[in-house]
Ligand binder design. Structure first.
Ligand code: FAD
Ligand code: SF4
Length: 462
C-alpha cells in the first residue's frame, strides 16, 4: 500500500539562528528510514509524468522503487545511467518546476520529494567510498571542452564513456564552474562537488585548469592541435550593473565577484586566506533571484547585522526558488519589495547609503510580468555600508571576439541548433548558460548531454 500522506517527510536542517552564523550545510539530508518512508509515497505511475519534467531523463519511479525496497545501490546505478552529478542535482535543481512540478501527488498535497531522495541516494553511495571502475574502449578521436561547469563536465563524461579522448580547458584554478565559485558552501558543499567531478575524471577525462580559451589558446588553434570537435560551455559569468550613480564607490560588488571571493578565495577565512571582502553592518542586495538570495545569506553569515533584499517587483514575482526565499526569511533577511535603487551615495570613497524609490505594479510588459512603475515623490535613503548587485549575467565576450564565424545573439549568447547544439562554426558545439543566458544546472547538463550525442554521431562517421 502506498503511503498516502499529503506531506513530504520533513528533512532535518540546522536551526535558522544557528546556521546564519556558519557556512555548514543548511539541510542535513534524510536517514535511510526517512528516505524509505518518503519513497513509499510514490505511486509508480504507468505514464511517469515526473520524468517528462527531467531534462536529463532520470528514470525517477524506477530509482524510487529501489529506495522503497532498501536497495540503495540499485537506486544509485539507476540514476547514474542518466545523471553524472546526482548529489549536486539533488541539492540545487529547481525540482518544483521540473520533476516534482509534474508529480501526480502534487495535485492533492505535496509532490514526492524526488530531489531529497536523489540527494539521499547519492550521499549514501558516496559514504560507502566505493571505487568506481569502468572499462572503456578508446576510439582515438580527440574532443576539447571549454569550461568545467555542469554543461562542460556532463559533455566530457558522456563522451569519455563512449571512448573519446577528452580534454577540458578551464579558466579558473578549480573545476566545477558556478558550482564552486557561485553557489555557497551552505547550499552545496565544495568537497561533494569535487567528488562528483572526480568521478567524471575517473572516466579518463583530462582537465587543464588556468587556461583561458580566447587568450591562452583560441578555438581555431585547438582545431589545429587536432581536436575534431569542440564544445563550448563557458557559462554566463559577466555581471550586469544597474547603471546608477555611485556604482564605482568602494563597497559596491557584483554578486559574482562577492560570491567568488567568499567561495573560491575563502574570504570568510581572511586573514588566514589572503582575499578580503568588505561587509558593512548593513548590506543591501539588489535583485530577487537565486544569486541575490545566496549573496544576502552569505553577507549575513559574514557578520552583517541587517541584510536587505531590494527588489523592484513584489513577492509573487521573486524569481528565486521558493525554498531559498523561505530559508532567507528564516535567517533574518529583510525583504524590501517594490523598491528600486536610483543612486548609491558615499563618504570618503566608501558606500554610505543607497537611495531608493517605491514602486507599484502596472500593466503586464512583453515578458507577461506586471511592469514596475515609480511612485512619484517616494524616494528614501537606506543606510548601508555594502551594496551587492545581483541583477543578471551574460556570457563573457572573449570567445566570440576570438572565434571568427561563430554567430551570437545581440546579448552575447552563442546561437546553436536546438537538437544538436551545433554552432555556425564547423565542428564547434555549445550549451548551457553561454547559449541560454543564466539558467539552471540541470538545463546546462541536458545541453551537454545532447551535444555529446551529436558529436558522437558526427565523429563516429569519420
Ligand atoms: P558555468 O557553471 O558558469 O561554468 C562555466 C565554466 O567555464 C566556468 O568554470 C568558467 O570559469 C569557465 N570559462 C568561462 N570562460 C572560459 C574561457 N574563455 N576559457 C576556459 N574556461 C572558461 N542553478 C540551479 O539549477 N539551482 C540553483 O540553486 C542555482 N543557484 C545559483 C546560484 C548562483 C550564485 C549562481 C551564479 C547561479 C546559480 N544557478 C543555479 C545557475 C547555475 O549554476 C548555472 O545555470 C549553471 O552553472 C550553468 O552551467 P554552465 O556549465 O553553462 O556554466
Ligand atoms: Fe512517483 Fe510522482 Fe513520478 Fe508518479 S509522478 S511515478 S507519484 S514521482
Amino acid at each position: 500500500m502506498p503511503n498516502m500522506s499529503l506531506k513530504k517527510v520533513k528533512m532535518p536542517e540546522q536551526e535558522a539562528d544557528v546556521r546564519n552564523k556558519n557556512f555548514k550545510e543548511v539541510a542535513l539530508g534524510y536517514t535511510l528510514e526517512q528516505a524509505q518512508e518518503e519513497a513509499t509515497r510514490c505511486l509508480n505511475c504507468r505514464h511517469k509524468p515526473c520524468m517528462n519534467g527531467c531534462p536529463v531523463g532520470v528514470p525517477i519511479p524506477e530509482f524510487i522503487q529501489h529506495v522503497a525496497q532498501g536497495d540503495i545501490e540499485a537506486a544509485y546505478l539507476t540514476i547514474k545511467r542518466e545523471n553524472a552529478l546526482p548529489a549536486i542535482c539533488g541539492r540545487v535543481c529547481p525540482q518544483e518546476n521540473q520533476c516534482e512540478g509534474k508529480c501526480v501527488r502534487a495535485i492533492k498535497g505535496e509532490a514526492v520529494g524526488i530531489g531529497r531522495l536523489e540527494r539521499f541516494v547519492a550521499d549514501y553511495h558516496m559514504a560507502l567510498n566505493k571505487e568506481e571502475t569502468v572499462e572503456i574502449e578508446k576510439n582515438h578521436h580527440k574532443v576539447a571542452i571549454v569550461g568545467s561547469g555542469p554543461a562542460g563536465i556532463t559533455c566530457a563524461g558522456e563522451l569519455a564513456k563512449r571512448g573519446y579522448d577528452v580534454t577540458v580547458f578551464e579558466a579558473l584554478h578549480e573545476t566545477g564552474g558556478v558550482l564552486v565559485y557561485g553557489i555557497p558552501e551552505f547550499r552545496l558543499p565544495k568537497a561533494l562537488v569535487a567528488k562528483e567531478v572526480d568521478n567524471v575524471k575517473k572516466l579518463g577525462v583530462h582537465v587543464e585548469t588556468n587556461v583561458i580559451v580566447g587568450r591562452s589558446i583560441t578555438i581555431d588553434e585547438l582545431k589545429d592541435e587536432g581536436y575534431e570537435a569542440i564544445f563550448v560551455g563557458s557559462g554566463a559569468g559577466l555581471p550586469r550593473f544597474m547603471g546608477i550613480p555611485g556604482e564605482n564607490l568602494n563597497g559596491v560588488y557584483a554578486a559574482n565577484e562577492f560570491l567568488t571571493r567568499v567561495n573560491l578565495m575563502k574570504a570568510y577565512q581572511f586573514p588566514n586566506h589572503p582575499t578580503p571582502v568588505k561587509i558593512g553592518e548593513k548590506v543591501a542586495v539588489i535583485g530577487g533571484g537565486n544569486v541575490a538570495m545566496d549573496a544576502a545569506r552569505t553577507a549575513k553569515r559574514l557578520g552583517a547585522k541587517e541584510v536587505y533584499i531590494v527588489y523592484r517587483r513584489g513577492e509573487e514575482e521573486l524569481p528565486a526558488r521558493k525554498e531559498e526565499i523561505h530559508h532567507a526569511k528564516e535567517e533574518g533577511i529583510i525583504f524590501k519589495l517594490l523598491n528600486n535603487p536610483i543612486a548609491i551615495h558615499g563618504e570618503d570613497g566608501w558606500v554610505k547609503s543607497m537611495e531608493c524609490v517605491e514602486m507599484t505594479l502596472g500593466e503586464p510588459d512583453a515578458s507577461g510580468r506586471r511592469r514596475p512603475v515609480e511612485k512619484e515623490g517616494s524616494e528614501f535613503l537606506l543606510e548601508v555600508g555594502t551594496v551587492i548587485e545581483a541583477i543578471g549575467q551574460s556570457p563573457n565576450p572573449l570567445i566570440r571576439q576570438t572565434t571568427p564565424g561563430l554567430e551570437t545573439q545581440k546579448w552575447g549568447g552563442i546561437i546553436v541548433e536546438e537538437e544538436t547544439m551545433a554552432t555556425s562554426k564547423d565542428g564547434v558545439y555549445a550549451g548551457g548558460d553561454v547559449v541560454t543566458g543564466a539558467a539552471t544546472v540541470i538545463l546546462a547538463m541536458g545541453a551537454g548531454k545532447n551535444a555529446a550525442k551529436a558529436i558522437d554521431e558526427a565523429l563516429s562517421k569519420k
